[in-house]
Each structure stands twice: as structure tokens, then as C-alpha cells.
Design a protein around this ligand. Structure first.
Ligand SMILES: Cc1cc2nc3c(=O)[nH]c(=O)nc-3n(C[C@H](O)[C@H](O)[C@H](O)COP(=O)(O)O)c2cc1C
Length: 177
């Protein structure tokens, strides 16, 4: 059975990460498919699930939160990993010296881990194209503190994403013959 990489995205960066993970898993001999979380209605056909979401104002995208609520029981019956796509910019630490990967965990991550029984979680740097932002996001960009952390550009670290995916491929239980 294939592995599902379900993603919740607003602007597309998380979709690219999910597709890269699915590609790496498939290359490692564990066929995987990346699908928008909102389009998945049953997990019976998947041996394991990786769920990824963009982070907006400290929270996962609605589609990822609904996915966890909808599929909690099926998620707890198979191996699950979670990832978030959030921090922007080239810096790895904020001005107080805190690791951005640590500080960018969604505020309600513990709840999602508990609901899914996830074996692992991570945060990847994301991407931001200000030309594509909606009205509320544009307003937020006017706040100086928000502007400081909402750095325009594509900061997705394909090497780190690939390494995480290959680690999961190695951890997945063997498929029954
Ligand atoms: C309005 C807005 C709020 C954001 N809030 C956060 C945040 O709280 N934490 C974070 O790490 N990234 C935050 N980001 C950055 C996004 O999570 C990042 O750009 C992500 O890669 C977008 O994913 P998507 O293209 O899949 O929608 C924010 C971006 C926008 C536009």
C-alpha cells in the first residue's frame, strides 16, 4: 500500500514540500502520493500518512486541522509523521538567539501529535511571494514586527526535506509480502 503525503496550503509552498517528500519516498522504494488534505476522505488504502501544513499566525491551515479531526481514528492505526512549513529568511535564529525551527512550531502541535499518535514532527522553512498575498495578509505586512519575520523569497531547504523523507522511508514497517 502506498504512503499518503497529505498537505494543507494557501500559497503552494507546502504542496511543493509534500511532492518532494513523496518523490523521495518513492525513490527509496516506498511508493507515495501527495494529495491536498481536503480531498482525502478515507485512509484505508494507505499504509502510513505524512501530514504537512503551512503555519499562519502560529496555527496550522484549516484543512490540516480538519484532516486530523476527520481521520483521528484511522491516523492512530497507522504510522504518522507531521511537518509544518513556516519560517522565512536566511537566518536560522531570531534576534533573541532562539532557533527559528523551535519557535515556529505551531502553537497547537502537541494537540495534533496526541490526536494522531505521530511518531515524529518537524518544521521546514517555507516561501512567500508578496504579490500573491490576500487582503488580510497584506494588512499584516504593514505591521513592522510582522514585516521583520515575513521575508519574501523561497527558503525551502530541499536537502533537509529529502533527508527527513529518507529517514521516514527507513523507519516505515516492512510491507507484508
Ligand atoms: C499572513 C501570514 C502569516 C504567517 N504566519 C506565520 C507564522 O505564524 N509562523 C511561521 O512560521 N510562518 C508564518 N508565515 C509564513 C508561512 O507559513 C510560509 O510562507 C509558508 O511557507 C506558506 O505556505 P503555503 O505557500 O503552503 O501556503 C505566515 C505567512 C503569512 C502570509
Amino acid at each position: 500500500m502506498p504512503v499518503l503525503v497529505a498537505y494543507a496550503t494557501k500559497y503552494g509552498a507546502t504542496r511543493g514540500i509534500a511532492e518532494h517528500i513523496a518523490h523521495e519516498l518513492t525513490n527509496a522504494g516506498r511508493p507515495a502520493v501527495a494529495l491536498p488534505a481536503a480531498t482525502v476522505h478515507d485512509l484505508s488504502d494507505y499504509s502510513a500518512v505524512i501530514l504537512g501544513s503551512a503555519v499562519f499566525v502560529g496555527k496550522w491551515h484549516r484543512d490540516a486541522r480538519h484532516f486530523v479531526r476527520r481521520h483521528g481514528e484511522q491516523l492512530r492505526q497507522r504510522p504518522v509523521w507531521l511537518f509544518s512549513s513556516g519560517p522565512l529568511g536566511d537566518a536560522t535564529h531570531d534576534k533573541d538567539g532562539k532557533d527559528l525551527v523551535e519557535t515556529s512550531q505551531p502553537l497547537d502541535l502537541a494537540k495534533h501529535v496526541e490526536a494522531t499518535g505521530a511518531r515524529g514532527t518537524t518544521v521546514f522553512f517555507g516561501a512567500l511571494d508578496s504579490a500573491r498575498l490576500d487582503g488580510p495578509a497584506r494588512l499584516l505586512m504593514r505591521v513592522p514586527a510582522a514585516r521583520e519575520v515575513m521575508v519574501e523569497g523561497d527558503f525551502r531547504d530541499w536537502a533537509a526535506i529529502g533527508e527527513w523523507a529518507r529517514g521516514i522511508a527507513a523507519e516505515l514497517p516492512a510491507e507484508p509480502a
